[in-house]
Design a protein around this ligand. Sequence first.
Ligand code: ADE
Length: 223
Amino acid sequence: MRIDILTILPELIEGALNHSIMKRAQDKGIAKIHLHNIRDYSTHRQKSVDDYQYGGGAGMVMTIQPIADCIEKLTLERDYDELIYMTPDGEVLNQTTCNMMSLNKNLLILCGHYKGVDQRIRDLFITKEISIGSYVLSGGELGAAVLVDSIVRLLPGVLNDETSALTDSFQDNLLAPPVYTRPADYKGHKVPDVLLSGNQKLIEEWRMQKAIETTKQKRPDLL
Ligand code: ADE
């Protein structure tokens, strides 16, 4: 999968996506993530990328020219399955959307800043608007990093144990059951006996029961 990210702060995303599983996915060539600094596309003499909003009001708006030029260059080079804009008024990200997006070949993600981008960018180019939650971030970069991480870890070959993404929380609309590792007894706090029993059928039943219990308790809205 190829992902192009348009931002005025590439450093913010670079750090988030160049470690651990995301780094491995890129080293293996499974995910190709390209960062584009919107400022590099500005034809303004001071490389500015924002301006006052028409009608007055606080906050700057990201201008059309550098974003449109960058998008037009990239879309001439390849077809994108989705052109995504990270915004608090977008559709709230969930596991189903991540699963669907992981089936795509080319994604473009635009990160907004200040009051957002000129509406005409959204009207002309954007095919999907995504929010990572009902709160406002300073920019779309952290949201983009969350989105990319949640998609890339699902790509075949990224996780060591191929089944582990399937047992994550939210797959099947259930939260994941509790997990334990050594020691079996920590100062009298013991690992549930069933997990030490070696009986895989009983273990799976216990995990399912715990997943349902946890979901009922913490996220009844999922059931
Ligand atoms: N940009 C600002 N706030 C955001 C949010 N909640 N989700 C995605 N992008 C954003």
